[in-house]
Write a protein that binds this ligand. Structure first.
Ligand SMILES: Cc1ncc(COP(=O)(O)O)c(C=O)c1O
Length: 494
């Protein structure tokens, strides 16, 4: 295309991207001071509790609307929601984008449903979010887990090496989906271009869970998005790193997606609420506009602050430098806005987090030997204080971790039955300590890092019981394990 034409196209793109069709339609509607003979029951705030009105103001309620003719319908968009979704698709580099108000979780479940039928095999890294496993249970698919690489400093999984994916694609040519995570919760990125290529060469669709990387398409120093390297489906939890309200997410079809849109839309209708929050949808529209039009200087400023915190930590006694030098197998880049503060063994993550919180700094996540800070535009005011707080906190001696600890087991338990079969079997509950050798009925997901260590249908090995008892004794909790002293778990009745 000629240079002039390209420039015009770019110009038109930028002008349209400054618009917020959904938010603007809501604003027009609210300005008309409508009388509401429709849901929701707070009637635009007129029937809301005074305490909420006092704290939040009445505009929150005025904008919390429902599917009126001028406001379109998320499940069959043909008006302002469609316009907003088309702008989002152009902005993120997708063929088509669907808004979600039920989190990335809804997009992930719908994506798996769009690609798989009962009995199909899905290739997935062991560190997938629990929503992927939920999808596998709902579809009655057969998960083939792949072991990701490991960040020995923080004790968490990183990404897959292409060889692992290639080996599995060769061993399971019938697989109907490959799931990738880009980045992990802690910001680790594998070689997403290579990983996507492996599957495309074999005609297997790729779903990239980019819940923590919605910002990737918007600044050159971020690692590449799955959308830029040919993934079929990409899910963004826009609320996590861009300016959308909690629950605001998007599922995108890649430019060359081989997944039929009808399938995805139909799956979304099965799993997504029929009462999507207009506040959340409008915030998605605004977050897209803001991300596209944000001056590069704001991103570079955020990156500089994150870098400053990372550097200050590396120069402070008690902290190990993180991330390690790149490239490493399965770990070729770190999201620069995820700062992992790693202990050299002299302090515990819980103690650092408590001390930081005491000073008014709230981290995202705490591991035994690390604390994760999710940084971004808007942190300007507090980054310097944070650096000072770090130095202050570690200067006070406390109990250390002793040895380096891992939040995830390095082995995948043997499979006894399909996850759906186990999830819908008769269960009995018994103390974790007595569950060795039995088949799990439920997922067991320690927090942090929120990755399932046991899936329904897997054998609870003696080694796994030991691993979990050790975690619990260190004060961690896990979804799927009841409270102390019994620590009850659900197992499949034999
Ligand atoms: C890797 C990953 N994927 C998906 C999700 C689900 O996102 P949401 O909470 O928006 O449903 C999470 C949530 O933390 C996550 O960490």
């Amino acid at each position: 295309m000629a240079g002039v034409e390209l420039k015009q196209l770019k110009g038109r793109f930028t002008v349209r991207q400054q618009e917020t069709p959904l938010f603007s339609a809501l604003m027009r509607h609210v300005q008309g001071k409508p009388l509401q003979y429709h849901v929701p029951g707070h009637k635009g705030g007129r029937a809301a509790w005074s305490g909420l009105l006092e704290a939040w103001g009445d505009q929150v309620f005025a904008y919390d609307l429902t599917e009126l003719d001028s406001l379109d319908d998320l499940h069959a968009p043909g008006g302002v929601i469609r316009e907003a979704e088309l702008l989002a698709a152009a902005a993120f580099g997708a063929q088509r984008t669907h808004f979600l108000t039920a989190g990335a979780t809804a997009g992930i479940i719908a994506s798996v449903m769009a690609c798989c039928k009962p009995g199909d095999k899905v290739l997935l890294p062991r560190n997938v979010h629990r929503s992927v496993i939920a999808a596998v249970i709902l579809v009655d698919a057969y998960p083939v887990f792949m072991q990701p690489e490991f960040d020995d400093l923080a004790g968490v999984y990183t990404g897959l090496v292409p060889q692992t994916v290639e080996d599995h694609l060769r061993a399971y040519p019938e697989a109907t989906l490959l799931v990738l995570v880009n980045p992990t919760y802690h910001g680790a990125c594998g070689d997403i271009a290579d990983l996507v290529d492996c599957a495309r060469e074999r005609g297997v669709p790729v779903l990239v869970d980019e819940a923590h990387g919605s910002h990737f398409p918007f600044y050159r120093e971020f690692p590449p998005s799955g959308l830029a390297v040919g993934a079929d489906l990409v899910v963004h939890a826009v609320h996590k790193t861009l300016g959308a309200l909690t629950g605001g997410a998007m599922v995108h079809m890649g430019r060359e997606s081989r997944v039929p849109e009808r399938r995805l839309r139909s799956a979304l209708r099965l799993v997504h609420t029929t009462s999507p929050s207009y506040l959340t949808m409008a915030s998605l529209d605004a977050a897209r506009m803001q991300a596209v039009t944000r001056p590069a200087a704001q991103w570079s400023h955020a990156l500089a602050l994150a870098h400053e915190v990372r550097r200050a930590a590396s120069l402070t006694e008690g902290f190990l430098p993180h991330p390690p030098r790149f490239p490493r197998p399965g770990y070729v880049a770190q999201d620069p806005l995820k700062v992992v503060l790693v202990s050299d063994g002299r302090w515990r993550g819980q103690d650092l987090a408590r001390a930081l919180t005491g000073l008014g700094h709230y981290p995202e996540l705490t591991g035994d030997n690390h604390v994760l800070l999710v940084m971004g535009v808007g942190d300007q005011a507090s980054a310097k204080d944070l650096v000072n707080a770090l130095a202050m906190v570690v200067s006070v001696p406390g109990p250390g971790t002793g040895t380096q600890v891992s939040c995830v087991p390095k082995t995948i338990p043997p499979v006894a039955m399909r996850p759906r079969q186990a999830a819908f079997s008769q269960w009995r509950t018994l103390p974790l300590e007595k569950a060795g050798g039995l088949v799990a009925g439920e997922m067991i997901v320690p927090y942090p890092p929120g990755v399932a260590v046991i899936c329904p249908g897997e054998l609870i090995t003696a080694e796994m019981v030991g691993f979990l008892m050790d975690l619990l004794s260190r004060g961690h909790s896990a979804h799927g394990i009841g409270p102390p002293p019994d620590y009850l778990v659900s197992v499949v009745e034999e």
